[in-house]
Design a protein around this ligand. Structure first.
Ligand code: MSP
Length: 517
């Protein structure tokens, strides 16, 4: 089984999970699920980034200690991802001893290799970003990201000699054209490198909430320098060399565009400095925006609260994925996040969007196909699903859709994968409408139409596992199949002709009752 190691960013625990972090996590989960169905040996990780001044600040603001605060917030992430059916194999918290060990081992190696030096740092620091800014980068003297005041800091710091990696990074990018995708983000990273790299201060003495520097106990590592290394901790750095080598050679990072510089510039340079090959691939997605939406009545009813008045423009941080899951169901929420925003571009999240998608794709197409087929199998075939026709013309559509879906997943394009899958659902609905088996007398002609529609549902169940694992299993069960479609292997088992026939088809409640709002 080829290894496939997939990571999300590890999220800061100064904030609760929100629709933006859910967007990344659901996309990564869908990819992980697809790769499991391909038969890959998947390690899928997510986790929380728990060190740094920002966490100390958040803990103080909440009248508690950093440890208590991180325990509490990390638990909220675990709870949220469990609720959203995120199938992580490992959840890392950077305060874990296993991570401290790896950070120290790795950075000691960089130090021993001569890429860490002592110096004095003076600069303008934004605590919310955990990053320094130059005068020119500020907007009205404030942090360009958070609009909050920056503080002047001077520290004796250790520096990572990033400036030495301009050329090696350019060469690495040249030799690995797909290292950063999509191409627009690769160009952004290259532009950054070509613009000149300055050494980066990587330790702090102003607070203790971090991983101690092994060669100088007065310092802790700067949070980003500890956070990035989490990917190595989970890959098993310093443990069994074969396990680590297999995972690391297949490392794929999914990140948002806000953290491109850290992942596409700093991180490969750090790897090179430690004598380690950088990860195989970094895919950078865009931002989910709320398009200037205000908190409306429907949203309040759905439990989206925000913290301000109704009239305030919402930010992604105001929208709880758990409230949305309660309102729409976990699978419809996942489907919306995957289907409506092409990974890579920015996109809008809206209430109207999720309702429209729910009604058109889920209620009218998938839900309708299943309920029609189950009803007519009940009335014309005594509730027993007939076998499909190996030569049916839908078979050619299915083969093309399976190939296109696989291609889309391989290209980090969940929205396309689902679009293709829904073409097959559409084709099956169109055939039913043309044949009108509900008007026909029971017999071979009816059996053939229904058998083919059941075969489409079997294939569709497999193709929707990454997006809607619970729905996929339910469709599978209702068409009389045993086990779980998540355990099927694609594309092999998605080949036309697998529906056995002679099995009971269950007509249950509508999978997706139409919404009126
Ligand atoms: N802790 C760092 C990451 C360290 S990784 C070694 C961090 N954490 S974060 O909590 O701020 O999460 C950032 C990530 O959350 C983004 O890169 C992105 O993946 C996701 N998103 C946060 N808001 C988002 C949107 N509005 N839209 C899409 N993704 C968003 O940065």
């Amino acid at each position: 089984m080829p290894p496939y190691y997939l990571t999300t960013p590890i999220y800061y625990v100064n904030d609760a999970p929100h629709i933006g972090t859910a967007y990344t996590t659901v996309n990564a989960d869908a990819l992980a699920r697809w790769h499991r169905m391909l038969g890959d040996d998947v390690t899928f990780m997510t986790g929380t980034d728990e060190h740094g001044a920002k966490i100390v600040e958040a803990a103080e603001a909440n009248g508690t200690t950093p440890q208590e605060w991180t325990d509490r917030t990390a638990a909220r992430f675990v709870e949220a991802w469990d609720r959203l059916d995120i199938s992580y194999d490992d959840f890392i918290r950077t305060t874990e001893p296993r991570h401290h060990t790896v950070v120290q081992q790795f950075l000691q190696k960089v130090y021993d290799n001569g890429y860490i030096e002592l110096g004095v740092y003076r600069g303008l620091y934004c605590v919310a970003c955990e990053d320094y800014y130059t005068e020119e980068q500020l907007i009205d003297g404030k942090c360009p990201v958070h609009g909050r005041a920056v503080v002047e800091m001077q520290e004796e710091n250790y520096f990572f000699t990033l400036s030495k990696f301009e050329q090696p990074l350019l060469e690495y990018y040249e030799a690995h054209p797909d290292f950063v995708r999509p191409a627009s983000k690769r160009n952004e990273a290259l532009g950054f490198i070509r613009g000149g790299l300055r050494d980066v201060s990587i330790t702090r003495t102003s607070f203790q909430w971090g991983v101690p520097v092994p060669w100088d106990s007065a310092h802790v590592f700067y949070v980003w320098y500890d956070a990035l290394i989490n990917y190595l901790t989970v890959a098993g750095y310093g443990g069994d060399p074969d396990v680590f080598a297999a995972r690391w050679s297949a490392a794929h990072h999914l990140i948002g565009k806000d953290i491109l510089k850290f992942h596409c510039v700093w991180w490969p340079a750090m790897c090179l400095a430690a004598g380690l090959e950088p990860p195989a691939e970094i895919f950078v997605h865009g931002y989910l925006l709320l398009g200037g939406q205000k908190l409306g009545k429907t949203m309040i009813a759905a439990g989206v609260t925000g913290t301000g008045a109704e009239a305030r423009t919402l930010k992604p941080g105001d929208v709880s994925p758990l409230a949305l899951a309660d309102e729409f169901g976990v699978d419809p929420l996942r489907y919306h996040l995957l289907r409506d925003v092409p990974l890579g571009a920015d996109g809008d999240f809206s209430f109207e969007g999720i309702v429209a998608r729910y009604n058109s794709d889920l209620a009218n197409n998938l839900g309708n196909l299943l309920s029609r087929v189950a009803t007519v199998v009940g009335s014309k075939c005594g509730g027993v699903g007939p076998a499909c026709d190996a030569e049916a013309s839908l078979g050619a559509v299915a083969a093309e859709v399976v190939a296109a879906t696989a291609h889309a997943w391989a290209n980090w394009a969940p929205h396309e994968a689902l679009e293709h899958t829904w073409r097959l659902i559409g084709a099956a609905n169109a055939e039913l409408e043309a044949a009108e088996p509900w008007k026909m007398e029971p017999g071979p002609a009816v059996d053939q139409v229904l058998g083919n529609a059941l075969e489409v549902l079997r294939i569709v169940s497999m193709l929707i596992v990454p997006a809607m694992p619970t729905t996929a299993a339910e469709v599978w069960r209702r068409i009389g199949l045993e086990g779980d479609p998540a355990n099927a292997r694609v594309p092999g088992e998605a080949a036309w002709g697998g529906y056995p026939g002679g099995v009971p088809v269950t007509k249950g409640d509508p999978l997706f009752p139409r919404r009126k709002d």
